[in-house]
Design a protein. Structure first.
Lengths: 447, 156
């Protein structure tokens, strides 16, 4: 292996943000050396698939986000299983855990997020896990291998909590989800859709306790989990606990390098940090949210790719503005499809709600100042992208808002100017081929 | 590349595009079996949206810089750099619906039986896509498009 001491582009992080950047850089600059450093030892894999992995452990090949020859095809050097200890923004260098120094011209911080670990007594016991990356899934798999009839408490009823719950149920584990707020998935769903998910979980044997927290994780056998005691004194017997109360941006490197951080690494609309030549994206950064109109972390996979891509283009000298992202989630727990986007969980005052509910199908559109600020499609998620793009484009929907949740909603429900813009016309002067060429007559247009 | 375009003034909402697309995707190649017998029942990669007198036959536009490809959680979606066709690798598709959520036309569909995403592939192997070939009023046309990404790929 060649030791890299100097690179044009250095990317810290080998997940979707880093890959989005690498692909964009390679599209704009065929020559410049791209180097990706990651503390994970794997080729880029799809993190959302760690739930599928835990449910049905297989090979990492099934989880790869890009083809195995991706790095070679794009002339990307990788330094995997190695931590970056320090960034020197003046000297344009990083120092790796092995002591090696790499000089870079442009740097991207795609360092992602790390699980938040509460100070609850007992979190350091064996049998307490997090669920954020492949190694977490492997650790839980290893724990379950020689055990039967396992009971688990999942602390936190958000996306990660419900994802690990589904996987554990598929492994035959009895799961209780403990959620501090009054309902699960409360940051991305409204009450109705939350209740649909809760019912589905319960139908699959999952216990849900809301409005309570874990006071401590107890241990009868030294070092091992035996139960969780709630804030009201109740005790849940279990052999394992998964901490899933949230993820916080990994900011240490940026902070130590003197880069401005808030909740995440602060970036401008070009994904550049306060330090020249250093960019950030993904779960580590707080980037523009087009619904909120301000910067905030929106730690979802597609936004990380978009932000990474924009960062990469700018790093390669193609000035590109980030259009922004927003909360965006597609759920399929236990076979129920739900999508949600924007601000739907707890809309502010002055918003209008339009809903539709029939035969297991639920739709909600949230309108603020004439524009969509969020929506949920549950049971049938078809055509939801039309709403997402109306919201993204900031289109005033006042005149047709009722149609957005209607049973027969579709592209034709939009004003002509809008559907025409979305349905492109053929290039001028192109050869037109249509069907039924044997028919001589003109198409019938009518009145 | 060629794409399917709609002359909406000629669209009569007959939905034969949906019917023939489903037939094209069926394993039996028999219209009645495709609708009544086949399991899993093939889904069409085209849909007709109606509102009042307006009807629009809508399918994947195989976008340059396709939002679905960029958003795909698993990398199952990709756009062929030479043909421009956006395809889904069913081995890697988990049927999550993220592509449906970001598509400006909302055209990907979930096959609930197979838990896979389904959409137009421009009838690979056919000279003219089935929807175009069977449109009774020539509302659908198969025509060349300007595509900067493809032009660049050819120049490489």
């Amino acid at each position: 292996m060649t030791v890299i001491t100097k690179t044009e582009y250095l990317i810290i992080g080998n997940s979707v943000g880093g890959i989005g950047a690498a692909e964009a850089i390679r599209g704009a600059d065929k020559e410049g050396l791209i180097t990706i450093v990651s503390d994970e030892p794997y080729s880029v894999y799809s993190r959302p698939l760690i739930s599928d992995y835990l449910a049905n452990p297989g090979t990492i090949e099934k989880m790869l986000y890009r083809k195995p020859d991706f790095y070679q095809e794009n002339s990307i050097q990788t330094v995997l299983g190695e931590r970056v200890l320090k960034i020197d923004s003046e000297k344009h260098t990083v120092t790796l855990s092995c002591g090696q120094e790499i000089h870079w011209r442009k740097l991207l911080l795609a360092t992602g997020g790390a699980p938040i670990i509460p100070s609850t007594p007992g979190v350091d016991l064996a049998g307490v896990f997090t669920f954020n990356k492949l190694d977490d899934a492997k650790a839980i798999d290893g724990f379950l291998k020689d055990r039967n009839q396992v009971k688990a408490v999942v602390i936190g009823g958000g996306l990660i909590g419900v994802s690990v719950t589904e996987a554990l149920v598929k492994r035959g584990v009895y799961v209780t989800v403990l959620e501090m707020k009054d309902r699960i998935l409360n940051t991305i769903l409204d009450e109705e859709a939350s209740a649909m998910e809760a019912r589905t979980l319960e139908q699959n044997g999952v216990g849900i306790i809301t409005g309570h927290t874990a006071a401590r994780i107890s241990s009868h056998v030294r070092g091992e989990v035996s139960g969780v005691t709630l804030d009201d004194g109740r005790t849940l017997d279990c052999e394992m606990v998964v901490i899933a109360i949230g993820v916080r941006p990994r900011l240490e490197l940026a902070k130590e390098a003197g880069i401005i951080t808030n909740r995440g690494i602060v970036v401008d609309r070009f994904m550049m940090t306060s330090a020249p030549d250093i960019y950030a994206c993904g779960d580590a950064a707080e980037a523009y949210d087009f619904v909120l109109g301000e910067d905030r972390p929106t730690p979802v996979w597609p936004n990380a790719y978009e932000g990474g891509r924009v960062a990469g283009l700018n790093m390669a000298g193609v000035p590109t503005e980030y259009r922004g992202g927003t909360a965006l989630n597609a759920l399929k727990y236990f076979g129920i499809n739900i999508v949600s986007a924007g601000m739907v969980a707890s809309p502010d005052a002055g918003t209008e709600m339009l809903t539709f509910k029939r035969n297991g199908i639920y739709r909600k559109a949230v309108i603020k100042n004439g524009k969509l600020s969020g929506f949920i499609f549950a049971g049938d998620i078809g055509k939801s992208g039309i709403l997402y793009n109306l919201m993204k484009d900031g289109i005033d929907v006042t005149d047709f808002k009722e149609r957005l949740v209607a049973d027969d909603f579709g592209l034709a429900s939009l004003p002509e100017a809008i559907w025409r813009e979305r349905l492109p016309a053929p290039a001028a002067g192109s050869v037109i081929i249509s069907g039924a060429p044997e028919k001589p007559e003109e198409a019938f247009i009518g009145d | 590349m060629k794409k399917v375009y709609l002359k909406e003034s000629a669209c009569i909402a007959c939905k034969l595009c949906e019917v023939y697309c489903r037939l094209q995707r069926s394993s039996s190649g028999d219209l009645v079996k495709a609708f009544k017998k086949e399991s899993p029942r093939p889904l069409p990669g085209v849909r007709v949206d109606e509102f009042g007198a307006l009807s629009l036959s809508v399918r994947c536009q195989h976008c340059e810089d396709a939002p679905c490809v960029r958003a795909c959680l698993t990398g199952a979606l990709s756009r062929d750099p030479l043909t421009g066709i956006v395809t889904v690798d069913e081995e890697r598709c988990i049927g999550c619906g993220t592509c449906i959520l970001v598509c400006p036309l909302g055209v990907p569909q979930l096959d609930n039986t197979r838990k896979k995403m389904v959409k137009c592939d421009l009838c690979q192997g056919e000279e003219i896509p089935a929807c175009v070939a069977n449109c009774p009023n020539e509302a659908l046309v198969y025509a060349e498009t300007n595509d900067i990404q493809l032009e660049q790929a050819v120049l490489k």
